[in-house]
Design a protein around this ligand. Structure first.
Ligand code: A3P
Length: 275
């Protein structure tokens, strides 16, 4: 009997690869990297460091679930694996594909005030273009349709901020109870309460504490302390300076998003102080 239990112990202490039991599905620029890194402060959470893009990329998806599993980090049996690929939220095929793999998976969606998210998205795309001799449209020129003077819903950075539109599609496959909405604006200013809510949602004991998070004034953000030896801040590409936006355009965007936000609050049961 003793030999059996030793074997059992060995088995449970072995490192294995496990499919994610929770996925951060988006939203792009919501704070998906910060959320993943902060959750990995928890001893029972193991993260896939890179975005895997299994469900949104047809070529990857065709490689099958074994390929997906191979992309996962090593973990102990009692730990849960989490990955984040923000494109999942807005890619039509994804919810059905995830459902086919695991219909009871937990889904984390981190959102920010939609106008801020739009500016953040614009800023990221702008920085991605390195060719100096090319000129880039100003934010205002992209978000407003010049012929109608209305908000340009063809611009992807605007569309991605209409959260309810995408969430409603997800709800054709998963009940709302399987989602947890994270307040990305609060994750920036006061991360711990948001992380505690996620711990609860994932049925994990509360283990992330104030000790694990310290505000770094130079960085202007919270950074992570794993133990007395190891701390880190997120990369410099997280927390970019946003361009100033013409106040009337900003207001126009806020007014545009308002009804969609109301719908989003209604569906999720979580209300934000968005304008
Ligand atoms: P900005 O660059 O607009 O400030 P994502 O990882 O989904 O691309 O989100 C990036 C956003 O995460 C950043 O947007 C930043 O504001 C936010 N963020 C939240 N917590 C952060 C932290 N502790 N350090 C750096 N960025 C953080």
């Amino acid at each position: 009997h003793r030999r059996n239990s030793t074997r059992e112990q060995l088995r449970t202490h072995r490192l294995i690869k496990q499919l994610p039991r929770a996925i951060i599905i988006g939203v792009r620029k919501g704070g998906t990297r910060a959320l993943l890194e902060m959750l990995s402060l928890h001893p029972a959470v193991v993260k896939a460091s890179q975005e895997v893009h299994f469900f949104d990329n047809d070529k990857n998806y065709d490689r099958g679930v074994d390929w997906y599993l191979k992309k996962m980090p090593l973990s102990f049996l009692h730990q849960i694996t989490i990955e984040k690929s923000p494109a999942y939220f807005i890619t039509e095929e994804v919810p059905e594909r995830i459902f086919k793999m695991n219909s009871s998976i937990k889904l984390l969606l981190i959102v920010r005030e939609p106008t801020t998210r739009t500016v953040s998205d614009y800023t990221q795309v702008l920085e991605g273009k390195e060719h100096k001799n090319k000129t880039y449209n100003k934010f205002e020129e992209l978000v407003i349709d010049t012929s109608t003077c209305e908000v340009n819903t063809k611009y992807k950075a605007v569309r991605t901020s209409i959260y309810t539109k995408y969430l409603e599609h997800w709800l054709k496959f998963f009940p709302i109870e399987q989602f947890h909405i994270v307040d990305g604006d609060r994750l920036i200013t006061d991360p711990l309460p948001e992380l505690k809510l996620v711990e609860q949602f994932l049925n994990l004991p509360s283990r992330i504490s104030q000790y694990n998070l310290y505000f770094n004034a130079t960085r202007g953000f919270f950074c992570l302390r794993f133990n007395f030896m190891f701390s880190k801040c997120l990369a410099g590409s997280k927390g970019r300076i946003h361009p100033d936006v013409n106040p009337s355009i900003q207001e126009k965007l806020q007014r545009f998003f308002h009804p969609f936000n109301q719908k989003f609050y209604q569906i999720t049961g979580r209300t934000f102080n968005w304008p």
